[in-house]
Write a protein that binds this ligand. Structure first.
Ligand code: GLN
Ligand code: ZN
Length: 764
């Protein structure tokens, strides 16, 4: 028979209980004992959901207090000395690595945290020493959790990150030069020991994740699979299911001889259905294939008909006993359950499936293939009806949007003139000095702002009262900018809850959840809006506030928008039309906004695209170029409707452009502001090397900390930048928006920043 399996379940709980418990513990309001109890309760609840749904293969060790890579760091005792020497309890040592620790004379920053593949989840990067040794933790968590489930009557398949991925996703610690993959020999015995303990505890199968197989791998990493999977397979050890996700593995098929002893291989067929044929043909005669057909990265109901077809084609090749139906990846990236959504519009609700619902989908698909469609007729019929309703809905088919897209011309992507001529007009129009100063958009989101927004959302104050409050806030931030003597002002974004949600709420084609949280890192969760249909802008979204701001300010006011790619990437996108189509719809809506802002007297407009880079396909090559081409097009389409004399800015929260500089240059933005203060100014060299002709504002100070940079520090930073950029190219601004800061440090830092700019104006 065809078994059903889940690769991982969200950890937070229906009501983000884990987040709340963690944060209460960190604040000293919950004991460690109670935190541990709460975690155990959540694990049991989540196993039970899967068991009750009828899932055959249920994961354990997918739970983590903070992050599963961090779990492995502690599990193998790859804990840098600065943490272990603090002699904290194991759980506090774990949190110290995840989020830093500053208490009772211990002061250690966190380990580096980076994006998990192309998702919005962040993992803690394993950090290795020269001479690194590994040692299995006593009473290891995977064994503990397996036993915990077993005691509750649930036999699970523990999940581990595989040794090759664990090393390849790590790095050498500061001032160390060890090549992580060279540590394999030392690491393997610890894995063997762990696997033995799991086997003794009764685990017949273990899921071992090797997601790095979707990357382009260096030869030495590929070569690591052979020794690794020779050691980790064999008598006395559990059978292994080697899991990959978020891409295809066809380009790495030469590792297959090295993994010939694993019992099964899991592939992501939502992302890359075409890999089925090739991978199936490479399997050994007793190896099984776990086919990921239920999307672990999105919130859409699975199309049963398509999924069953895929599973059946696998069954035809391999037979029923060698096929497992699975989620494409862990469900970590989906919200907990649709049942918590009380306010969703009924029409769109019928299209969604969150983690709890996806678990049930896996079961239905496995049953349909094992016992035939008649065994799940009702579920199949309801699903087909829902697919049909979505495909023909007025929300997914807005003729006016489609017509407008069909009429987009290449010329609409281009500004009227080239930069030199635009700049000449902007200079005259805006009267900007050398080294113009500005900020990135938001000013401190004070408690008062939150209180008033809350009151407004709850209907406790009228829209007029709220509007008046926002105007007062804007007026105050402008007064402060007058005092600071900045050159290009912003209105401060007091009316915005979030840079994507705010726009989503003003566009047609979006839906919002009340509890659709997904873990971003540690205890932090995000609640992405959902693109449900064709997107259009029923009315201007930001003009009122920007216009008001301009009317009370004597310097140029910068309008502030979130770009099409960032709106797309930080939402759950549709899965029924290509992302480039959705990006273009967003671009057209933003284009109208840009033109309206200009007509309202806003002659500097910033279109933020901090998410542009994270959309890059994981592998270099043609897919990447295709993405960059439509991403750049959508940005340009959103901006190019303005006159030459209007200045277009864009902002990025990073400055590593080496990999795709041509795309950044192709955006043709008049001014780019980029996060740079914590990086080496050398990253700016690429602008010099490529003779980048337009203007750049690399952040001169870090906004993530309350620390106030001195004037001298900023002057030094500017001097560093001038090694690579021409004086007439350089803008002076902070790294990013200031919404998370307090006014006190914000003013102090900006005074120093403006003084540093003035000093340089004198000098040049
Ligand atoms: N304009 C936004 C702000 O200042 C930009 C935020 C971001 O880049 N993440 O808050
Ligand atoms: Zn930023």
């Amino acid at each position: 028979m065809v078994h059903s399996s889940v690769l991982g379940f969200p950890r937070m709980g229906a009501d983000r209980e884990l987040k709340k418990a963690n944060e209460a513990y960190w604040a000293g309001k919950l004991s460690q004992e109670d935190l541990v109890k709460e975690a155990s309760r959540l694990r049991l609840e989540h196993w039970k959901i899967q068991k009750d749904a009828g899932v055959d293969i249920i994961p354990s060790n997918d739970f983590a207090f903070y992050d599963h890579l961090l779990d492995h760091i502690q599990l193998f005792n790859a804990v840098p000395e600065r943490y272990s020497s603090a002699k904290l309890s194991p759980l506090d040592e774990y949190f110290a690595m995840g989020r830093g620790h500053q208490k009772d004379g211990v002061d250690v920053p966190s380990l580096e945290m980076v994006k998990w593949f192309d998702s919005n989840y962040h993992y803690v990067k394993p950090t290795f020493q020269d001479g690194q040794e590994f040692k299995l933790a006593s009473n290891p968590k995977p064994v503990r959790d397996f036993k915990e489930a077993k005691e509750a009557g649930i036999t699970t398949r523990p999940v581990l990150v595989g040794p090759v991925s664990f090393l390849a996703l790590g790095k050498a610690d500061r001032n160390q030069s060890v090549d992580p993959i060279s540590l394999l020999e030392k690491l393997l015995p610890v894995y063997v020991e762990l696997l033995q303990q799991l086997k003794e505890a009764g685990a017949e199968y273990v899921q071992i994740d090797e997601p790095v197989l979707v990357f382009d791998l260096e030869q030495k990493v590929k070569d690591a699979f052979k020794p690794a999977y020779e050691k980790l397979t064999g008598s006395g050890l559990p059978k292994l299911v080697l899991a990959t996700y978020f891409g295809d593995i066809v380009h790495n098929l030469d590792v297959f001889p090295s993994i010939q002893n694993v019992a099964a291989v899991h592939i992501d067929l939502v992302r890359n259905p075409e890999q089925l044929e090739t991978v199936a043909s490479k399997l050994g005669s007793s190896q099984a294939l776990s086919v990921g057909v239920v999307d672990g990265r999105n919130i859409w109901k699975t199309n049963f008909k398509n999924a069953i077809e895929i599973v059946e084609s696998a069954v035809q090749k391999l037979g029923k006993d060698r096929v497992i139906v699975a989620t494409s990846s862990s469900l970590l990236h989906t919200p907990h359950s649709l049942d918590s959504e009380k306010k969703l519009d009924e029409e769109v609700r019928d299209w969604f499936s969150f983690a709890v619902q996806k678990v049930a989908e896996v079961v239905v698909i496995a049953k349909a293939v094992t016992e035939g469609p008649a065994s799940v007729r009702e579920a199949l019929e309801a699903n087909a009806k829902s697919m049909q309703a979505r495909a023909t809905s007025k929300r997914t088919n807005v003729q006016a949007v489609k017509d407008r897209q069909a009429s987009v011309t290449p010329e609409q992507h281009e500004r009227k003139s080239e930069f030199p001529s635009r700049y000449a007009q902007q200079k005259e129009h805006l009267h900007l000095p050398l080294f113009p100063t500005t900020t990135i958009g938001s000013f401190p989101q004070t408690k008062e702002i939150r209180i008033q927004r809350n009151k407004f959302t709850k209907g406790e104050i009228t829209p007029e009262e709220y509007e008046r409050f926002i105007e007062k806030e804007i007026e105050e931030t402008i007064k402060i900018q007058d005092e600071l003597d900045l050159d290009v002002y912003v209105h401060g974004e007091p009316e915005r809850n979030d840079m994507v949600q705010y726009f989503g709420e003003r566009l047609d084609g979006y839906a919002f959840t009340t509890k659709g949280w997904v873990q971003s890192y540690g205890s932090r969760c995000v609640r992405p809006p959902i693109i449900v249909g064709d997107i259009s802008r029923p009315a201007p979204m930001t003009v009122k506030e920007s216009k008001y701001a301009a009317s009370v300010s004597k310097k140029p006011m910068k309008g502030m928008l979130t770009g099409p790619i960032t709106c797309l990437r930080w939402s759950f996108p549709r899965d029924d039309v290509h992302q480039s189509v959705q990006a273009q719809q967003l671009a057209l809506a933003l284009r109208d906004e840009v033109v309206d802002l200009e007509a309202a007297g806003i002659y500097v407009i910033q279109v933020d695209e901090p998410a542009l880079r994270e959309g890059l396909p994981l592998r270099k090559g043609i897919e990447r170029e295709k993405y960059l081409s439509w991403a750049v097009d959508s940005f340009k389409l959103s901006c190019a409707g303005v006159k030459d004399s209007t200045q277009i800015h864009s902002h990025f929260c990073y400055s590593e452009f080496q990999d795709f500089f041509h795309a950044i240059a192709a955006l043709d933005a008049d001014v780019l502001s980029i996060e740079n203060s914590k990086s080496d100014a050398k990253l700016l060299k690429v602008f010099e090397d490529k003779e980048y002709p337009r203007h750049i504002g690399p952040g001169v100070y870090d906004i993530h900390s309350p620390r106030v940079p001195s004037e001298q520090e900023i002057k030094d930073r500017v001097a560093d930048m001038l090694k690579y950029l021409k004086p007439e190219q350089l803008w002076i601004n902070p790294d990013c928006g200031l919404k998370t800061r307090q006014w006190k440090e914000t003013k102090a830092a900006l005074i120093n920043m403006v003084n540093a700019a003035k000093y340089n104006r004198e000098k040049y």
